[in-house]
Design a protein around this ligand. Structure first.
Ligand code: SF4
Length: 539
């Protein structure tokens, strides 16, 4: 073995299999490692610039996102070495690092001459295509590449394809019920759902009357590995967004299990009631923040769900909290992954509403003029995180109703969130948040005015804009853009029966009010730097 890559152990021995582990596949029980021969196989992990700088497609990456991936990979490699495994670990600073995952596999094959190469399928179309090309090439060189399906997920590609084939439209609710039945999760012996209802969302819409008392997050110590990767990120990616002042993310299996324990014990009981609530200065509330360790594969979705169900069975947490949480994991998370692979690589380019606006600069700085946007952006800049309601109803809702180009929004979510992986981010933004897929994921757009934000938060009382106004000086931009959005798409939405009620409210607007809304919307688009925008505006 002649490689100079740091961490290759036992030089001189020839490899059995080369086991390739990507940065979001840090599962010792995962498909690529489940039958590892510890004595003879070599595990390859590579920190490559193309991925550290975000998706390998020229998109930047929040500093915390890069640091979390690097720290988790280094810890994973250390734990494998602790088992006695041979690990070829290529660091960001290795002089021979090609900064391409496929090139690093090629380089490892040339150095180690393995009998074959084994990996778990990549979690995005771009990498999948790159590895298909590599497989053909390595096959010719006598290194067959075996790509295994990712067994982390409950629903296989074949099972999702069967579900999609038998449905007129893809609806998460049907999918969720099927997964619950198949796995016997929160089910009664007679085959009915626990508590008699599949979905308890109607109990999960409380807001706070006063400042909530929120349990603190578990402390994650900044160990030597975390300090080292933060230094690397600051040195190599200084112009990437976000900062590294705080550290809240688990990067080892033990830390992830502690985070799960802490959530079940301290936050799950109130998670359901206040699932949709927001409060200034309290970005985490009763949310789990487990999407990061789940998407790194440090946690398994079934173990997470089993813990939550146990909390219900033992009387620790009520059904509305547990059902809502379980639905996020085995319903929504599995569903959007299925949609991602089912819809194909062109899905990310969808733009059903013909939106072409620019994303305002304050999405990166956090210095928005609206209180709700400032509150939603602050934890994104600081931690690469916000919970699902600021994501969907403040940030993405703004982009939807202001007419921002979906691809720009998708790239921003990918760039700014620590839990961003393409299979998560693309269907959530293109489908769920922006209705850019024309109804593949959601049957209608998730558009809301300032009234929703007023009902679910305390933001409007601290805002320079008036939530009571739709147009004119000081009007809430969410109100203006919401009504302008409905006016712009009135004809299109008339064909959607689920929009009928909303469109009826437009009938109450006279010509002069319609005109005033359009004028204020144009003014805000120019002020916030959104213009140029939807081509429909000129129609
Ligand atoms: Fe947001 Fe409008 Fe409320 Fe201001 S008034 S916080 S812009 S919803």
């Amino acid at each position: 073995m002649t490689s100079t890559s740091r961490g290759v152990q036992r030089t001189g021995a020839s490899a059995g299999c080369l086991r390739v582990v990507l940065g979001d596949q840090l599962d010792r029980e995962g498909a690529a490692l489940r039958d590892i021969d510890i004595q003879n196989d070599v595990v390859l992990l590579a920190e490559v610039g193309s991925e550290a700088s975000g998706s390998g497609a020229g998109i930047r990456s929040h500093q915390q996102r890069s640091a979390v991936f690097l720290a988790a990979m280094r810890h994973f490699a250390a734990s494998l070495r602790g088992e006695g495994a041979r690990v070829r670990y290529v660091t960001l600073e290795d002089r021979e690092n090609t900064h391409s995952l496929t090139a690093e596999v090629r380089r490892a094959c040339a150095a180690l001459r393995p009998q074959r190469v084994i990996m778990t399928e990549a979690g995005e179309w771009r990498l999948r295509a790159e590895f298909e090309i590599l497989a053909a090439e390595l096959g010719q060189q006598g290194y067959p590449l075996e790509v295994r399906e990712d067994t982390h997920f409950l629903v296989s590609h074949d099972d999702f394809a069967t579900f999609a084939r038998t449905r007129k439209s893809l609806q998460m609710e049907h999918f969720y019920r099927q997964v619950r039945r198949q796995h016997g999760i929160l089910m009664q012996p007679d085959g009915t759902p626990e508590g008699g209802q599949w979905n308890l969302d109607h109990d999960n819409r409380r807001s706070f009357k006063q400042a909530p008392k929120v349990p603190p997050l578990p402390r994650i110590p900044r160990d030597d590995i975390i300090e080292e990767v933060c230094r690397l990120v600051q040195t190599h990616l200084p112009n990437h967004p976000g900062n590294l002042e705080s550290w809240i993310w688990p990067v080892t299996r033990d830390q992830a299990q502690n985070a799960l324990d802490d959530f079940i014990e301290h936050r799950l009981p109130l998670f359901g009631d206040f699932e949709d609530a927001m409060w200034g200065g309290e970005p985490f509330l009763y949310h789990s923040l487990l999407s990061v360790p789940l998407n790194l594969k440090l946690l398994n979705p079934l173990e997470v769900v089993e813990r939550a169900v146990k909390a219900y069975r033992t009387g620790h947490a009520p059904l509305n909290a547990v059902e809502g949480f379980v639905r996020q994991i085995i319903g929504w998370r599995e569903f959007i992954r299925g949609v991602y692979w089912h819809a194909g690589p062109a899905y990310r380019e969808s733009n059903h509403l013909d939106a072409h606006g620019r994303l305002p600069d304050f999405f990166w700085s956090g210095e928005a003029p609206m209180a709700c946007l400032r509150e939603a952006l602050a934890p994104v800049v600081a931690h690469g995180y916000s919970h699902h309601i600021p994501r969907l109803m403040v940030l993405a809702n703004f982009c939807l109703i202001a007419g921002i180009e979906p691809r720009a929004v998708g790239d921003w979510f990918f760039e700014m969130y620590v839990d961003a992986i393409d299979w998560v981010t693309t269907p959530n933004t293109i489908g769920m948040a922006l209705y850019a897929d024309g109804g593949v994921v959601g049957s209608k757009p998730y558009a809301a005015s300032g009234k929703y934000i007023q009902r679910m938060s305390n933001h409007c009382g601290n805002c320079a804009y008036a939530v009571t106004r739709r147009h004119g000086d000081g009007a809430c931009p969410y109100n203006t853009f919401y009504w302008d959005f409905l006016l712009r798409h009135e004809a299109r939405f008339a064909r959607n029966s689920r929009m009928a009620l909303v469109l009826r409210s437009l009938e109450k607007l006279g010509d002069s009010e319609r005109q005033a809304i359009r004028q204020t919307a144009t003014h805000y688009r120019e002020t916030f730097g959104i213009t140029p925008t939807e081509t429909a505006f000129s129609a």
